[in-house]
Design a protein around this ligand. Structure first.
Ligand code: SDX
Length: 436
């Protein structure tokens, strides 16, 4: 970051001495006011619950312009990556800062492929869960449990440990997600097939069984790969910030990523794709497009607590570029599967049209986000609704790791430890129980 000519001066109406604070430029996007010395100079904290105006770190990985609806991974527009690259190239880009050449792509893909199996003991963790356990409950457990098997790579301050645990996590997430699915279906686990692509292998582990041959559908293989690319990273979102804060204590990478899985599960975040599909199915049951107006009235009624899931975003105040690409992927997959008339897709498009013309949404700059269409395409592929967020976690793992490694690799990083505005009881003494 670069010191700006500009400075920020904080003055107080009560005559307290004003404070000058440096301003820094990034390469693109908003400048920052460096408040690190504010408490020492004023005895006061800043106050920003939800971090609406707070930069928690500097990063060179992902840039979002919410007003333009722009998303760049290491400077490359998501539209170009999603149409000209695959997920392995995108993982290389996020981790190392550049797209691989042909030889580099082969080498990276080979390193990932060699780590797709999990320790045979991992399957015994699943037996402890009910068959109807939510896959994200299982994933939170399994990802954290990985740290029990890799004592040779849990020192987050060792670059070699960071590198091998990054490869292991990227390689094993599809295996673990597929195991969670097979366990819930009461089917045998399918081992990874190293001859298949990353997304082809995931499809095989999900949908193949030992009793018959399974052929990967290339249209679905490409669609899944694009879904992974679209979910790979997204600046300092809630789960990435969780991974950074968790990793800042020096805990091992598996534990930090498990914290990210747990955070992503929430319906305001990664759980929105599951919630959005359930919402579409509920509206369909109510009567479909004919009932959209009634549903929208509920959404606009503050007391209803009903939100249009898959809409709105903290940063995007324009169309989420991923939602556009997801809608295109939806059309491709539904077309390839002969499901052009999928009622939920038609319902989603009708909802989107009505919302984008409705003053409530226009005033609040609410647009479809990445979760609005992703559920429809995953459902068409045959993925159960409850697994959508686990697949989001599978794809986001590379972003979480890249962000974690960027933080740990920064010599200036410290353990994250926010303060508070205390509004509780002042000091008081304990009374004997007969006097309370
Ligand atoms: C993801 O951060 C990321 O980058 C996340 C993510 C990633 O890739 O990591 O992009 C992935 O999490 C996408 C978001 C998925 N979540 C949903 O689709 C759930 C529905 N959306 C909302 O919960 C909400 O839009 C959030 C949580 C996404 C953003 O909330 P904010 O920024 O805190 O905005 P807000 O709640 O303050 O909303 C502003 C206004 C409020 O109304 P007023 O109080 O001003 O009258 O807009 C309203 C909100 O009630 N509003 C909605 C709405 N989203 C916001 N009203 C109806 N439906 C919605 N979806």
């Amino acid at each position: 970051m670069k010191l700006a000519d500009n400075k920020a001066t904080l003055s107080f109406s009560n005559g307290s001495p004003s404070v000058e604070m440096p301003v820094y430029h990034g390469s693109i996007g908003p400048d920052v006011i460096d408040i690190r010395k504010l408490y020492a100079q004023t005895g006061m904290f800043t106050y920003d619950p939800g971090f609406l105006s707070t930069a928690s770190c500097q990063s060179a990985i992902t840039y979002i312009d919410g007003d333009k609806g722009e998303l760049l991974y290491r400077g490359y527009p998501i539209e170009q990556l999603a149409t000209q690259c695959d997920f392995m190239e995108t993982c290389h880009l996020l981790l190392y800062g550049n797209l691989p050449d042909a030889a580099g792509k082969v080498d990276f893909t080979k390193r990932v492929t060699q780590h797709t199996m999990v320790n045979e003991q991992m399957q015994f963790f699943l037996r402890g869960f009910r068959r109807d356990a939510h896959p994200m409950a299982i994933m939170t457990g399994l990802v954290g449990a990985l740290s029990a098997f890799y004592h040779d790579s849990t020192d987050i301050n060792n670059p070699e440990h960071r590198e091998i645990s990054a490869i292991r996590l990227i390689a094993k997430m599809p295996t673990l997600v597929a195991m969670a699915y097979k366990y819930s279906a009461g089917q045998p686990y399918m081992y990874p097939k190293n001859a298949l692509s990353y997304s082809g292998n995931f499809m095989h582990m999900m949908f193949a069984n030992p009793c018959e041959d399974y052929a990967v559908n290339p249209v679905i293989e490409r669609a899944l790969d694009r879904i992974f690319i679209l979910h790979a990273d997204h600046e300092q979102n809630a789960s990435t910030s969780t991974v950074r804060l968790c990793g800042s204590s020096g805990t091992n990478p598996f534990a930090a990523i498990a914290a990210g899985v747990a955070c992503l599960w929430g319906p305001a975040h990664g759980g929105a794709n599951e919630a959005c599909l359930n919402m579409l199915e509920d509206i369909q049951k109510m009567g479909g497009v004919a009932k959209v107006g009634e549903f929208m009235n509920q959404v606009k009624d503050k007391n209803s607590n009903v939100k249009l899931m898959g809409f709105g975003h903290r940063v995007y105040k324009n169309y989420d570029p991923r939602a556009k690409l997801m809608q295109e992927t939806c059309k491709e997959v539904l077309g390839a599967l002969g499901l052009e008339n999928d009622p939920l897709f038609k319902l989603a498009m009708a909802l989107e049209k009505i919302a984008l013309e409705d003053d409530y949404f226009v005033q609040r700059k609410l647009y479809p986000n990445v979760d609005f269409y992703s559920g429809i395409v995953q459902r068409a592929i045959g993925i159960p609704v409850s697994l959508f967020t686990a697949i989001f976690a599978l794809a986001r793992t590379v972003g979480w790791i890249a962000q974690l490694n960027e933080m740990i690799g920064d010599p200036e990083y410290k353990i994250g430890r926010p303060r508070q505005l205390f509004t509780g009881s002042e000091r008081r003494d304990v009374l004997p129980i007969d006097k309370r």
